[in-house]
Structures are given as structure tokens and as C-alpha cells.
Ligand binder design. Structure first.
Ligand SMILES: [Fe+2]
Length: 275
């Protein structure tokens, strides 16, 4: 069934077989009951990405209020960036602005989960356009449930025993370099499903194997995440809000657009991912 109607009246309309659902039956300024909150949060873990279409631009206060449905907001998203000129203003972490943070330079056009070099990466994130590009410039997500399930049992078993070093080595614009380790395969606490937790920006290498073995396995997994059958995308328009579960998805921007591209962003506090 592509549309699931829940007892709260919220409907999840699947966008692809693997990932993503459009959500119907909730207003932007709704005072949600605990049942609605629970339905939305379960839907987020199940579908990986939820899209809401409110028809007109979502303002800052509305965005903040709506975020309460999904968890506790992180005051500032993890990384502050280096600036040659110390008097220059830091890019505001509450926006993804393609003028201040060019997509290729900031590597936001590579598949990743946010903040995995931290012990507690964000659990989820939320975006809405302030200025949507005239053309292109969408965001894509890849299902890490699908990425895990599509592997043969041999690869699944191999990865389940492995630990990955995540670092900011490939993001030299980050002011304070940081690193940590996470299991290669994690289990979502809500759905109980397993997900691949290796990404092409922050996952540096597998522990307890040779560099050659690790590089080869990493390369294979980065290509695997890029399988179209695991993907869903959005073209930004005023009034669209996307919320995604960071642990069971990866995302990337598409650096092909015309006009300004400025998105309002926030992230939700997470716990340490576990196998
Ligand atoms: Fe990101």
C-alpha cells in the first residue's frame, strides 16, 4: 500500500519503494497531541525522509515551532568553520547558503550523514527554502536500510563485525578537527532495522584491517550508497519542509542550479549510534 492512514488521521504517502513519504493531514501551526507526535516520529524512522508541503514560505518562528514535533533542537550544528579574516562573520549555521558555503567547496554535494565524527551525531535534521533556486539545486537522500538489505549475507556479516573511524580530515574548512569511531552497521532503535553507517565525507577507514583492504571496501560502499534504487529527491519550492532521520539515510545537494539557493536548517540532538 502506498498510502498509510494512521489512527491520528495523518497519512504517509510513499515516494519510492525504499525511502521517503509525503505527509498529509497536519497543519504547520498545529498544536499536536502526543499521539500525533509519536506517529510522526515513528514515520520518520520508518520512511527515513518526510516531506511536508505547506504551499507558502515557512517563516523562522513557524519553522522553530514545527520542529518541536521531532525532538530537541541542537543550539548550534556541530562544526564552526575557519575564516582567514577573524573579524569576518561566521557563516550562519542556521542556513545553507550557496553564496557563503559553495556546495562543492563545503562538500555538501557528496553523500553523507551530518556530524558523524562526533560521538553523538544529530538524530535528524530539517530544511525549508528561504530562497529556492529558480531551477535545479534539489536535495537527495539515500536509504541506509536499503543499502544494508541489498548486500549479500556475506557482506552483511563482514560489516557487522567492523568499526569505522570517522573524522573531519576531508573537511579542512572545519576549525576544530575531531574524530570518533562508530559501528559500520547500526540498528535503528524505533524500527529495529539495521542500517549501513559509512559515509563518503567522514568515514576515514575500517579499524583492524590493512589500509588496502579498508580503502577497497570503503570505495565499494561509497558506490553502493549511490545506487538509484535507494534514492529519493526533492526540488525546493516555497513551503516545502523536509525532515530526515540522519542515521538511516544519507543526503547530498545537487550542485546544478540557477539563482540563489538558501535553505533554513536545524538539527536535532542525538545519542551515540549503536549496533
Ligand atoms: Fe549535510
Amino acid at each position: 500500500m502506498t498510502v498509510a492512514i494512521t489512527p491520528t488521521g495523518i497519512r504517509f504517502e510513499k515516494m519510492t519503494a525504499a525511502i521517503g513519504a509525503r505527509v498529509h493531514g497536519i497543519a504547520l501551526d498545529e498544536q499536536a497531541t502526543p499521539q500525533v507526535v509519536q506517529t510522526l516520529r515513528e514515520g520518520l524512522h520508518q520512511h527515513g525522509v518526510l516531506l511536508f508541503e505547506f504551499g507558502k514560505r515557512v517563516e523562522e518562528e513557524q519553522f522553530k515551532n514545527f520542529s518541536h514535533l521531532f525532538g530537541e533542537v541542537e543550539p548550534v550544528y556541530g562544526f564552526s568553520t575557519k575564516k582567514e579574516d577573524p573579524t569576518a562573520k561566521q557563516p550562519d549555521a542556521s542556513y545553507m547558503d550557496a553564496v557563503r558555503q559553495p556546495l562543492r567547496q563545503y562538500r555538501t554535494n557528496m553523500w553523507h550523514s551530518d556530524g558523524t565524527p562526533f560521538e553523538r551525531p544529530p538524530q535528524a535534521a530539517m530544511l525549508t527554502p528561504v530562497e529556492a533556486p529558480e531551477l535545479g539545486g534539489g536535495t537527495m537522500w539515500s536509504s541506509m536500510y536499503a543499502a544494508y538489505e541489498d548486500l549479500s549475507s556475506h557482506y552483511q556479516r563482514l560489516l557487522e563485525g567492523l568499526t569505522v573511524l570517522h573524522s573531519t580530515m576531508r573537511t579542512p574548512f572545519v576549525k576544530q578537527q575531531t574524530q570518533t569511531t562508530h559501528p559500520a552497521i547500526i540498528r535503528d532503535p524505533v524500527t529495529g532495522k539495521k542500517a549501513l553507517f559509512v559515509n563518503s565525507i567522514y568515514s576515514e577507514r575500517f579499524l583492524d584491517m590493512s589500509e588496502r583492504e579498508s580503502d577497497s571496501l570503503m570505495r565499494f560502499l561509497f558506490e553502493h550508497v549511490n545506487t538509484p534504487e535507494f534514492h529519493v529527491g526533492v526540488t525546493w519550492r516555497a513551503g516545502i519542509v523536509a525532515v530526515w532521520e540522519e542515521r538511516v539515510t544519507q543526503h547530498r545537494a545537487v550542485d546544478s542550479f540557477v539563482g540563489p539557493r538558501k535553505l533554513r536548517r536545524l538539527t536535532f540532538k542525538g545519542v551515540t549510534p549503536s549496533a
